[in-house]
Structure formats: structure tokens, C-alpha cells
Design a protein around this ligand. Structure first.
Ligand SMILES: NC(=O)c1ccc[n+]([C@@H]2O[C@H](COP(=O)([O-])OP(=O)(O)OC[C@H]3O[C@@H](n4cnc5c(N)ncnc54)[C@H](OP(=O)(O)O)[C@@H]3O)[C@@H](O)[C@H]2O)c1
Length: 259
């Protein structure tokens, strides 16, 4: 798909974290196809390089910086790269995440708990902190966090750190939206249902588990990364100009299904 000169993100500059695979990778490609100049981040450099090559081969514009979202210096460096390369920042999709240490909550280690919080919650906060500071200089922007249904619309045994860190993002979303709304910064969270990615396959690795999780959805299937990307595009673009502070369900009807 060639880059569109009239795409929905034409002339916008975006950061996407967790872009080396899954939802982040699909979203970075869609943003670029819609005309955004994209800065992609994650730890795996080889995957980021192949993503940038793919975007460029399709007529888009992207640069990569590998790093760990637990580091505030990395959050600053992603914003600095966007400004140095493309002159501004309009959109940030803080999507990097981990399942973290699972299992019975009485056995979760302090280090495992802290790691999930550091990546899923603190990493997203540090990103937003530096992204918003840049966005206000140019009259506004859109920040999107990847939360989840887990721990918000339903939950399971053995995912305490994941659920707590991800539902913390909803409070963060509401607070940042209230704080920076007057400066035209919109902040929203997406709550995907199960989506067929590496993370999903790591957790749902038997036919029984796959059948269980699939049946939780009203649509009786799990989502695809490209489907989630389209909802992120909506929140990133001016199509959602009056939408802020939301926890947006993209869950195939999981939250309303009891059968
Ligand atoms: N798949 C689902 O069913 C589902 C449902 C709801 C929410 N989510 C959320 O969706 C987001 C994307 O996950 P996914 O499903 O697309 O799985 P995925 O393919 O495993 O993607 C996870 C991404 O996060 C990055 N990441 C993890 N830890 C990082 C760290 N410390 N620093 C920088 N990047 C890091 C990974 O890159 P590197 O390994 O290269 O660093 C990878 O790009 C996550 O936040 C996840 O919690 C997923």
C-alpha cells in the first residue's frame, strides 16, 4: 500500500511502542499507510529494522530506536528522535506490554510484581510524561495506552500483576485527560479482547485454553492485530476529536458475554 498524501494522519508525527510485533507492529504500518511519519520502539532491534524497511518499501516514512520502556531516558530519546527527525510530535501509542509473572498470587515474587508494574504502568506513564510535554508546544495531540479487558470487564486466577498494572492505565488515562484537556491533549485507553499475537499464543497454548478464550467473545473468535490497529487509528486521528478520557472496548463483545 503506497503512502497516501491525503491519509487520515497526513503530516502527523507518531510514536508507537511495542512495535516489534503484534498490535504495535500492525498499528505502526497502518499509521504510516495513512500518511504519518512514525518513530517505532521496542527492545528487539532486528524486528524494528525489518518494520522500518517494510514501511519504506510501501512508500511510508519511519525511523526506529531500540530500548526498554522501563527507562525514562528511553522515553525522552524517542521524543527527541521524533522532534529531531520530523520536527514535532502529534500522536503516541504507548502499547509495549508484558504478561509478567503469573501463577497463584500468593507465590508471585516482589521482583515479578514490580516488573509488570514497571513495564505496563510506569513505562506508559514515563512515555506520556515526555510526549505530552512536547505535544503542548504545538497545540495538542493524542495519547493512547494499551490496557486490556483483564481486571476491568472480567478476570482469571493467576494474572494479578498483569491485571493491576493494566487497569492502573485507566486511572492514568482519566487523570491525564482531565489535566491536559485544556491544552488540546486527548488521552484514551484501548481495552482489547484476546488478539492473535505472540503474547496471546504464549498464554493460550493448548486446544482447551484456545477454545475457552475464544468462547468468551460474542463474536466467537479472537481478534486480529490489524483490527485493533483500525480502532487505534480512530483514536489517533481527528475523527475522534471530541473523544478523551475513555476506556475503549475493542473486545469482540467479551464484556457482555456470559454464555
Ligand atoms: N494479545 C492480546 O490478547 C492482548 C489483549 C489485550 C491487551 N494486549 C496488550 O497489547 C499490547 C501488545 O501486545 P501484543 O498482544 O501485540 O503482544 P506482542 O506481540 O508480544 O507485543 C508486545 C510488544 O511489547 C514490547 N515490549 C515488551 N516489553 C518491553 C519493554 N520492557 N520495553 C520495550 N518494549 C517492550 C515487545 O517488544 P520487544 O520484545 O522487542 O521489546 C513487543 O513489541 C500489550 O500491552 C498487551 O498487554 C494484548
Amino acid at each position: 500500500m503506497a503512502q497516501q498524501q491525503t491519509g487520515r494522519l497526513h503530516n502527523k508525527v507518531a510514536i508507537v511502542t511495542g512495535a516489534s510485533s503484534g498490535i504495535g507492529r500492525a498499528t505502526a504500518k497502518l499509521f504510516a499507510a495513512e500518511g504519518a511519519k512514525v518513530v517505532v520502539g521496542a527492545r528487539r532491534e532486528t524486528e524494528l529494522t525489518s518494520l522500518v524497511d517494510e514501511i519504506k518499501a510501501n512508500g511510508g516514512t519511519a525511523v526506529a530506536l531500540a530500548g526498554d520502556v522501563r527507562s525514562e531516558a528511553y522515553a525522552q530519546a524517542l521524543v527527541a528522535l521524533a522532534v529531531k527527525t520530523f520536527g514535532r510530535l502529534d500522536i503516541a501509542f504507548n502499547n509495549a506490554g508484558t504478561l509478567g509473572e503469573g501463577g497463584p498470587s500468593t507465590s508471585v515474587s516482589e521482583a515479578g510484581w514490580n516488573d509488570a508494574i514497571a513495564i505496563n504502568l510506569t513505562g506508559s506513564f514515563l512515555g506520556a510524561k515526555h510526549q505530552i510535554a512536547e505535544m503542548v508546544k504545538h497545540g495538542g495531540g493524542s495519547v493512547i495506552f494499551t490496557s486490556t479487558f483483564v481486571g476491568h470487564t472480567s478476570s482469571f486466577p493467576g494474572v494479578a500483576a498483569y491485571a493491576a498494572s493494566k487497569s492502573g492505565l485507566i486511572g492514568l488515562t482519566q487523570t491525564l485527560a482531565a489535566e491536559f484537556g485544556p491544552q488540546n491533549i486527548r488521552v484514551n485507553a484501548i481495552l482489547p479482547g484476546a488478539v492473535d499475537t505472540d503474547m496471546y499464543r504464549e498464554m493460550n497454548n493448548t486446544p482447551d485454553k484456545t477454545a475457552f478464550i475464544t468462547n468468551l467473545h460474542a463474536l466467537k473468535r479472537v481478534g486480529r492485530p490489524e483490527e485493533v490497529a483500525r480502532s487505534v487509528l480512530y483514536l489517533a486521528s481527528d475523527d475522534s476529536a471530541f473523544v478523551t478520557g475513555t476506556a475503549s472496548l475493542i473486545d469482540g463483545g467479551l464484556s457482555i458475554t456470559r454464555t
